[in-house]
Structure formats: structure tokens, C-alpha cells
Design a protein around this ligand. Structure first.
Ligand code: ADP
Ligand code: MG
Length: 240
């Protein structure tokens, strides 16, 4: 589904991604871990061109998204993204937040988007919050809405960048549970997280990023029980 070849990204002289090669297959749940500054967010942001790669190609369903002729908005519509900061629009109600993209992009009529929003609110367990404003919701609830908003575009892939890192501890579980349900429904997911339990339980593959490269990857069991790279061994000894 996503084919990354020799992906490089530099900010000025600073090479942040140093020739990444990776394939993500439909239905995979790829979990990305690694130290702060190793390039995890930049990698994720390159996948939907929130960052423009310096070199290399990214192909999504056979379309080279790094080709300037590609309509990147069309590609982005197929990839939902959820950030650490939920980024809901504070002046819009929850339902309006969810409807905004599909209606603005004319992918759905207002009534279709309305129905879709209510379905999604049911799915994330917050149907009674449709007319509330973001600030009236807890952090965990806001992040569940951010996930619903991303799902409103019917994405083929969901990208998560530390979706629980900004949450109070008691709210982490409800967001991880929702992500697990999405995974169980077959969604293709790429998840940057420090939640090792999630990586183990939900991940089909775990990648360790270090210094702008994927230094090691494996199925969760072998990744956690039998790490080979000394930097990964050191990292796991600190976080587990
Ligand atoms: P991670 O998500 O693993 O913590 P990032 O991808 O956010 O790492 O960052 C990797 C490196 O790239 C860091 O050194 C960071 O300072 C740098 N970086 C990220 N975004 C920018 C930017 N927009 N401009 C300059 N440097 C950046
Ligand atoms: Mg990051």
C-alpha cells in the first residue's frame, strides 16, 4: 500500500531521515518507536507530504506522491492523521469539526456528512457530545473526536503521531482502546507511540528508529524479547 524508497529529509544541513526503505502492506499495524529526535514524526509527516522529502520516492497504491504532478490533496484524503495535540477547531461544535473536511471538499452533502458524523460519534462512544464544543470535553474525549474526524474522510490508512502523549494517564486507556478497535476492524495503521503494551498487543510489526534510520524491525514478540541492535537493547532497558 505504501512503498518508501531511499527517503531522505534534511532541514538545512541537518539530515533527519537518512535513506529509509519501507513497505507497508494493507491491514498492517506498524508501530514506530525510538528516542526523541530520531525522526519518527518527520517520517510520518513525509508519508502524507506534510513534509516534503529531500530525496527518494513514496508510492501510495502505485501512485508516486513525490511526483510534482500528483494531486497531493487526493492522496491526503486517503490518509487520516492524528496528532499528539488534537487540533480540534475550538469555535466549531464536535459535529461541525467532524463534518468540516468532507463538506468543504465537497465529498459529501451536508446531510450525508451529518449522518456520517453521528455514526462516527456512536463508534467512538460520544454520541451525546455532538453539539458540545471541544473545550467542554476531556483530553481523552477530544482525542477520540480527532480520530472520528480523521475517519470521516474514509481513509485507507491512519497515521498516529504519539496520540496519547499529551493525555493525563487516566485517559490514555480509552484512546488506546479505540485504536485497538480500529485495528481489529482491519484498518491499516502506522502508529508512533511510547506505549509498549500497545506495540506488543496490537502491532503486527514494530520499527525502531534511531538517527534517521530504521535500525531494527521485527514482529512484536521477537522485537521485544530478542532485540539485536545495541541501541534498541539500551532503549528498551529504559522504557520497559
Ligand atoms: P521524533 O519525532 O523522533 O522526536 P522528529 O522527526 O520530530 O523526531 O525530529 C527529528 C529531528 O528533526 C530533530 O532534530 C528535530 O529538531 C528536527 N526537525 C524536525 N522538524 C523540523 C523543522 N520543521 N525544522 C527544523 N528541524 C526540524
Ligand atoms: Mg515526534
Amino acid at each position: 500500500m505504501i512503498d518508501v524508497r531511499n527517503l531522505e529529509k534534511s532541514f538545512g544541513d541537518h539530515k533527519v531521515l537518512d535513506g529509509i526503505n519501507e513497505h507497508i502492506y494493507p491491514g498492517e499495524k506498524v508501530v514506530v518507536i525510538g528516542p526523541s529526535g530520531s525522526g519518527k514524526s518527520t517520517f510520518l509527516r513525509c508519508l502524507n507530504l506534510l513534509e516534503e522529502p529531500t530525496a527518494g520516492t513514496i508510492t501510495v497504491d502505485g501512485v508516486d506522491i513525490t511526483d510534482p504532478k500528483t494531486d497531493i490533496d487526493k492522496i491526503r484524503q486517503r490518509m487520516g492523521m492524528v496528532f499528539q495535540q488534537f487540533n480540534l477547531f475550538p469555535h466549531l461544535t464536535i459535529k461541525e469539526n467532524i463534518k468540516l473536511a468532507p463538506v468543504t471538499l465537497k465529498l459529501m452533502s451536508d446531510s450525508e456528512a451529518d449522518q456520517k458524523a453521528m455514526e462516527l460519534l456512536e463508534r467512538v462512544g460520544l454520541p451525546d457530545k455532538a453539539d458540545a464544543y471541544p473545550k467542554q470535553l476531556s483530553g481523552g474525549q477530544q482525542q477520540r473526536i480527532a480520530i472520528a474526524r480523521a475517519l470521516a474522510m474514509n481513509p485507507e490508512v491512519m497515521l498516529f503521531d504519539e496520540p496519547t502523549s499529551a493525555l493525563d494517564p487516566e485517559m490514555v486507556g480509552e484512546v488506546l482502546q479505540l485504536m485497538k478497535e480500529l485495528a481489529d476492524d482491519g484498518m491499516t495503521m502506522v502508529v508512533v507511540t511510547h506505549e509498549m503494551g500497545f506495540a506488543r498487543e496490537v502491532g503486527t510489526r514494530v520499527l525502531f528508529m534511531d538517527g534517521g534510520n530504521i535500525a531494527e524491525q521485527n514482529n512484536p514478540k521477537d522485537f521485544f524479547e530478542n532485540p539485536q541492535n545495541p541501541r534498541l537493547q539500551e532503549f528498551l532497558s529504559k522504557v520497559l
